[in-house]
Design a protein around this ligand. Sequence first.
Ligand SMILES: *Cc1c(COP(=O)(O)O)cnc(C)c1O
Length: 479
Amino acid sequence: MPAMDRSDIAPGPVRALFPAREIRTSVEDRLTRVLADAQARVAKGSVVPTLDIERFRAELAHFDFRSARPLEEMLDWTVAQLEHGLVHLTHPRYFGLFNPAPSFPSQCADRVAASFNPQLATWTTSPAAVEIEAHVIGAMTRRAGLPEGARGHFTSGGSEANFSALLCALTMADGRFADDGARAFGAPVVFYSSAESHLAWLKIAHQAGIGRSAVRLVATDGCGRMSAAALRQALQEDRARGRIPVMIVATAGTTNAGMIDPLAECAAIAEQAGVWYHVDAAWGGAVLASERCGTVLRGLERADSITVDAHKWFATTMGCGMFLIRNAAALDKTFQVSTTYMPSNRASLDPYVSTFQWSRRFLGLRLFLSLGAAGWPGYAAHVERAIDLTDQLKYELAARGWRIANDSVLAVLCVEPPEGCCEIATLVARVLASGRAWVGVANFEGRKVIRICVTHGEAGVADVHELVDVLEASKSPAP
Ligand SMILES: *Cc1c(COP(=O)(O)O)cnc(C)c1O
């Protein structure tokens, strides 16, 4: 077939949106090198922003969009601003929140998805993409120990996955919830997660229309894990007051301290109470990759549903979550809708009738390519390395008189400096001002702590030593 004539698209501004192939290729090739150079500088530079914010805002204000500008000029400007205007998650000494440097295969996936831009709302429009995602989800549900027939889907992140869990729990608790909302229950509904759980649960309860007071934050055991005794007591109290429990959430890898709630015990309590059991393993779920460490999630296989974020410890680009569910029928019941304008409408097949999203980006490709390129053994080595580095850091800080506040088997360390040192906030501010490393401040079991998470897949022993150095140096003011 001869190439079609596109000369009716005049050169000029419209062409800027859809340039000819040779131009695209040359811009992309150059961008590849510009980004690689920038990342090489990031790894050697400051973890924290060094941007002159006044100058930046003045330059930004100049983009008034009244006329067209060369794309390459825009790209160079943007890359330069990001190079200096971010806390760098891609810096090997970002010991930060659960935001790793993205795996290279997942970055490739973003390019591929952006190029084809498939619409995953229906199987009919994107059979290859929908089935690749379902294949990865199948691998995850098996890894998590869910039975044959379990299903799931990719989400924008952990929050959407957790929201899906609550909607499924409510819908399965009372089928009238779908049409009548919270009033279907005739009494206040409640669900349980620990005081150390991720507080997006409050927003999720708000969004679901059951209100923030429906979240019962159960006391922890003094070590950052949900207390099973407190959970039983809360259930009993709520029932006595006429409230309706609908879900128990256990967290596998808390945000503050990487702690794992007693998963099997929570499963037993949920079974006995007849309520939905959800495990929020947004970060910690990746430990399933490791034969050596994965057993810490025993009890996970009893969950009705599970959240795992691929963009956390699986290190894909953001945002990329997963919602895994034992009973697929709950998804179809919860997210069912029928239209005439969509190309198809089949439960269990078309994502828009079994998930919260409608238009859907091809997120799953990120984990497909990453898992494919590394295999489970690659991911096992990735999480084990982070855990080993955390252990080494723990050992070195303890040897210097630092107090270890948490007892995580994963890769989060909460520490307090030796007695008589400065305030934690002051110490952390000094670390950040040095630009040599990024660590956070957290509240753990009522105490302020320095929170350190090994998130970067290329962090090494030298980075741990430098962090120890900078923490020690930050005990007193910079000379
Ligand atoms: C990150 C996280 C969330 C929220 O997920 P997002 O992807 O940020 O929406 C929820 N729970 C836990 C345990 C998390 O680590």
